[in-house]
Design a protein around this ligand. Structure first.
Ligand code: HEM
Length: 120
């Protein structure tokens, strides 16, 4: 079986339809070439162009697409995001972000800054 092509977010971003480039979107870390499809899109090309070169997962789900739409999407897959830049785990669940807190700072002190700002 052929290996799955892997792309970085930086590379995906260059496929935003500008300057004649092709149009890629990402859904749950899979990369899709939608260049030929956008003019067939029932809602018109604009909604797809807004997420061209980007992660479309939230917007695609928010539009409440049918299983037909998901079927079409599946056929347009060209690869996946490189493992180290993936946003979803193997079960399709969003990975938790590990937020590094600088030494001496914590969420509480951050809140205090805001509170102080409000009462000042
Ligand atoms: C290749 C990717 C996509 C495919 C194959 C696709 C396919 C479809 C299809 C077949 C429909 C008709 C209704 C249905 O069967 O669900 C539809 C409607 C729609 N799509 Fe997409 N779509 C794609 C991407 C997107 C994206 C990225 C957005 C938003 C950023 C979007 C927004 C919408 C909206 C707003 C509708 C209208 C929903 C309605 O009127 O009920 N679509 N799409």
């Amino acid at each position: 079986m052929a290996a799955v092509a892997r792309y970085t977010w930086e590379e995906v971003a260059t496929h935003n339809g500008k300057n004649g480039s092709s149009i890629w979107i990402v859904y749950k870390d899979s990369v899709y070439d939608v260049t030929k499809y956008i003019h067939e899109h029932p809602d018109g090309p604009d909604s797809i162009m807004e997420v061209a070169g980007k992660d479309s997962t939230k917007d695609f789900d928010a539009a409440g697409h049918s299983s037909d739409a998901r079927h079409i999407l599946a056929k347009l897959k060209i690869g996946e995001i490189v493992e180290e830049e993936k946003k979803y785990d193997a079960n399709g669940k969003k990975k938790k972000k590990v937020v590094a807190v600088p030494p001496g700072k914590n969420a509480r002190s951050c809140c205090n800054v805001i509170t102080c700002g409000l009462v000042a």
